[in-house]
Design a protein around this ligand. Structure first.
Ligand code: SF4
Ligand code: SF4
Length: 375
């Protein structure tokens, strides 16, 4: 496994470029926009990491704290003329602080919660899935993701109804897995995440293709694990891409009048997957529209459990602005491809506006379109 300090060194040039930049991407960061704090701008966080790494600032819990004020959304990279990977550098910064035992309490709690919820998720999965839908080996493993298991179990039933419609009776959920491990990596607990990933790989060894319902885990398993020095032979695909490849066989019909499409950071800026989910959604609604900021400029939904606990104002602001825009356009359906976006945008916070927008996963929308056609 590549250490956090070695990963920071890989970003040395980017840290230098940011340190001397007049903050050209400052408007793009959802964290500094919500907190209004100069120390939370991408430039300030990168400059801080540069100084910490060079030893001109001492690593302490207090000095390291701004490194954790990052959602790893990559929006700043879109606006950077150098294409600097701020999210990657700050992820390594969080891990370096955690390796020194300097992580904020909310991040320690996030790692603890990952362990504690395992039983909860297994029980929820048993209630949702038939025993015949689980297996230790097969051609295709379907991993719905922890947020779908816990909060949106209907997405799992909908996915299997689409698999059956395609006569893909060999798709199974891998036994012993409820989460792809992204929350551990996002919390900066790289050692624990590495051990967990090795465990997951053992459970997945009997499969050749991994279809994932979680956008951050798709990005992790297709692209980022390799950056961490972890290799595997699995063909990793997101459910929206999978359904797109079978779209002509499915032939869905429009079941809703209009909807807006919300890009997830991981599927969009992370993997560059913009068109396949739109092509599927546009077959299920009469008019699929766009937010003013969309594709690589789409704002993050603010979903990060640890950051939400530390700075709830970030997610509240993202939710208010995103749903407020949909309401202004008179649109009552927003389609996402990520259960974490769906949960983040649908959970109200104190003082937040009432949610009148129906947030649906693309899997739900597609199943609805196929089900309606059947009647
Ligand atoms: S990411 Fe680019 S635009 Fe933003 S501070 Fe760094 S160098 Fe400047
Ligand atoms: S990756 Fe996102 S949250 Fe992190 S500094 Fe850049 S814009 Fe801000």
């Amino acid at each position: 496994m590549r250490s956090a300090d070695a990963t920071i060194n890989k970003h040395k040039r980017e840290l230098e470029l940011c340190t001397y930049c007049p903050k050209l991407c400052r408007h793009s960061c959802p964290v500094s926009n919500a907190t209004g704090r100069e120390t939370h701008t991408p430039q300030a966080k990168m400059q801080l990491l540069n100084h910490l790494q060079q030893g001109s600032v001492e690593w302490t819990r207090e000095t390291a704290r701004p490194l954790f004020a990052c959602l790893e959304c990559k929006n700043c990279t879109t606006y950077c003329d150098h294409g600097n990977d701020v999210a990657g550098a700050l992820a390594a910064g969080k891990a370096a602080a955690s390796e020194r035992g300097l992580q904020p309490i909310e991040y320690t709690q996030a790692v603890r919660d990952y362990r504690l919820r395992e039983t909860r998720l297994r029980n929820a999965l048993q209630r949702t899935a038939a025993a015949s839908e689980m297996a230790t080996r097969g051609r295709i493993a379907y991993l719905p993701g922890c947020d779908n298991i816990e909060f949106f179990p209907e997405t799992i039933s909908d996915a299997f109804s689409i698999f059956r419609r395609l006569d893909l009776r060999f798709v199974r959920m891998p036994s012993g897995i409820t989460c792809g491990g992204h929350p551990l990596w996002a919390a900066g607990a790289w050692s624990a995440a590495h051990v967990e990933t090795e465990r997951l790989l053992e459970h997945l060894s009997g499969f050749s293709t991994l279809v994932m319902g979680c956008a951050p885990c798709t990005d992790l398993w297709r692209r980022r694990l390799e950056e961490h020095g972890i290799s595997h032979q699995l063909d990793v695909i997101h459910t929206s891409e999978f359904f797109f490849t079978h779209l002509e066989r499915l032939k869905p019909r429009s079941v809703r009048r209009a909807a807006l499409f919300h890009d997830s950071c991981s599927l969009g800026r992370g993997l560059g997957v913009y068109d396949p989910p739109r092509r599927v959604a546009s077959r299920c609604v009469e008019h699929l529209g766009e937010f003013f900021h969309h594709r690589d400029r789409s704002p993050c939904c603010g979903a990060d459990p640890a950051l939400d606990a530390a700075m709830p104002e970030v997610r509240a602001k993202q939710r208010t602005e995103r749903l407020g825009e949909a309401s202004r356009y008179g649109i009552d359906t927003v389609v996402t491809t990520c259960a974490r976006c769906r949960r983040s945008l649908s959970r109200s916070a104190a003082g937040d506006q009432r949610n009148t927008v129906d947030l649906v996963d693309l899997t739900n929308l597609l199943a609805e379109a196929l089900h309606t056609e059947n009647r």
